[in-house]
Design a protein around this ligand. Structure first.
Ligand SMILES: Nc1nc2c(ncn2[C@@H]2O[C@H](COP(=O)(O)OP(=O)(O)OP(=O)(O)O)[C@@H](O)[C@H]2O)c(=O)[nH]1
Ligand SMILES: [Mg+2]
Length: 467
């Protein structure tokens, strides 16, 4: 074999060798080109290939991989473009119809959605309107209720301010003593001894006091005897006249004589009476009245017997907006009144109303204590007290007359307030008081509210009793 190869090699001409060299060179070039193509088509990077392996691949080592052309998948030829066949007219029509149907459906759905939305909005609007209507109805109802409450409150306040009428306050007396008196004069019966005996009984049980009852009866008897009054109506008129005369203190004007505020400042009013007769309440009502007339008022809490008395006066003071001078519980009532008058003078107040106790905690008798208060007040301001107002509870009937006498003797009352006429049938007591004491009744109390203190006008009083 070798000798043959030798002879073959020797037989080669230089041109053959050149040809062989060219062939080898070409082969090498093809190999390099193949490697490059293989690299370009390599799959996405995987785990790094060890450099030794690459070496092997290049050098064609013992485990040389098959040529790259063999390892790589053959390149995918681009899809061959098949020209679409021209659409058929029926397909075109079907597509158009389908598109149209789709649009119609879409339109229908949109319309339906719009309709539902419109309905929803309408419903909401209606609900809103119904709510607004309900709200308006409620607001109107509430406004109406508030208006009615306001009106009721105003009416109540106006009523309280105006108070009961005298006739309403005298309702019980009219139904008691006066009803019995009036009954004597009905039926057209001529006045005889029988009628006079009945009149006597009515008068003596009418809480007007024995003295006054006797006076009225004697006057009636006298006129019947003189044949002046055989007609019961005339007897009634004569009685009415006589009562009016007594209430007007025998000749004084029949108009009201309420508290008069003189020139002195402060004008000091000392209010006295037994416990529970209505002193503190009367002071409150009076303060309201005076303030309404434009007077400035100061209250002196001279009832130091119990704390509640001072508090009660303070409540009234607050209600009418008047200042109050208070002492400690148990302190000397005279010194509290003194301080009140002094404060009134310093502050330029028009009227000082001094409350006093109806019962005392000291051993001193009430009258002595009140006399002392009066004396001390006199030291605080010249001429004071300018009025000693005696408050009498009409429900006490004839006892009120006895009290009036006692207080008047001790303190020299200058005016009387007869309270609680609304709660008693013993209103006739006022006739006895006027007849016996000849002190003007300034006011009558016909209830507990601020307007229930009425100036006492004899003519009006008689009318309220008889008519
Ligand atoms: N119905 C009615 N009650 C009245 C009247 N005046 C006073 N009262 C009531 O009588 C009660 C006693 O009244 P007060 O003012 O506390 O009597 P007071 O004289 O100050 O009594 P003391 O402080 O205890 O001495 C209270 O409940 C008042 O509301 C009136 O004219 N009519
Ligand atoms: Mg009191």
């Amino acid at each position: 074999m070798l000798p043959r190869l030798e002879t073959f090699l020797q037989s080669l001409t230089p041109n053959d060798w050149i040809a062989i060299a060219i062939v080898v060179l070409l082969a090498l070039l093809v190999l390099v080109a193949a490697i490059r193509i293989a690299r370009r088509r390599r799959p996405p990077p995987g785990p790094p290939v060890p450099s030794a392996e690459i070496e092997r691949e290049l050098t064609g080592g013992p485990e040389a991989l098959p040529p790259p052309s063999a390892r790589l998948p053959p390149p995918v030829p681009p899809p061959e473009r098949v020209p679409a066949p021209p659409p058929r007219p029926e397909d075109l029509r079907a597509a158009r119809e389908a598109e149209e149907a789709r649009r119609k459906e879409e339109y229908r759905r949109k319309k339906e959605a719009d309709r539902l939305e419109r309905e929803r909005r309408q419903r909401e609007r209606e609900e809103d309107e119904a709510r607004a209507r309900e709200e308006a109805v409620r607001a109107t109802r509430e406004a109406e209720e508030a208006r009615r409450r306001d009106e009721e409150e105003r009416r109540r306040r106006a009523e309280a301010e105006a108070g009961k009428t005298l006739a309403a306050g005298l309702e019980k007396t009219r139904g008691g003593f006066m009803a019995r008196l009036n009954a004597l004069f009905t039926g057209g019966k001529l006045v005889d001894d029988g009628v006079l005996a009945d009149l006597e009984e009515v008068l003596f049980t009418a809480d007007i006091g024995v003295r006054t009852a006797t006076r009225l009866l004697e006057s009636a008897r006298e006129r019947v005897r003189k044949k002046e009054l055989a007609d019961p109506e005339r007897l009634k008129a004569a009685l009415r006249e006589e009562i009016a005369r007594i209430l007007a203190l025998d000749g004084a004007p029949a108009e009201a004589r309420p508290l008069e505020i003189g020139a002195a400042r402060p004008w000091v009013v000392m209010v006295v009476g037994v416990n529970g007769s209505g002193k503190t309440t009367t002071i409150g009502k009076l303060a309201a009245k005076l303030q309404k007339q434009g007077r400035t008022v100061l209250l002196g809490a001279g009832d130091t017997f119990r704390a509640a008395a001072g508090e009660q006066l303070e409540i009234w003071a607050e209600r009418v907006g008047a200042p109050v001078v208070r002492g400690k519980e148990g302190s000397d009532p005279a010194s509290v009144c003194f301080e009140a008058v002094q404060r009134g003078a310093q502050d330029g107040v028009d009227v000082v109303l001094c409350d006093t106790a109806g019962r005392l905690h000291t051993k001193a008798p009430l009258m002595e204590e009140l006399k002392k208060v009066k004396r001390v007040i006199a030291k605080a301001a010249e001429g004071a007290p300018h009025e000693v107002l005696l408050v009498l509870d009409s429900t006490n009937g004839q006892n009120a007359i006895a009290q009036a006498r006692q207080f008047h003797e001790a303190l020299g009352a200058t005016g009387i307030v007869l309270t609680k006429l609304d709660g008693t049938a013993k209103g006739g007591v006022v006739i006895g008081i006027c007849d016996e004491l000849k002190i003007p009744v300034r006011y009558v109390g016909v209830g507990e509210t601020v307007g229930d203190l009425k100036p006492f006008a004899p003519a009006e009083f008689v009318q309220a009793l008889f008519d």
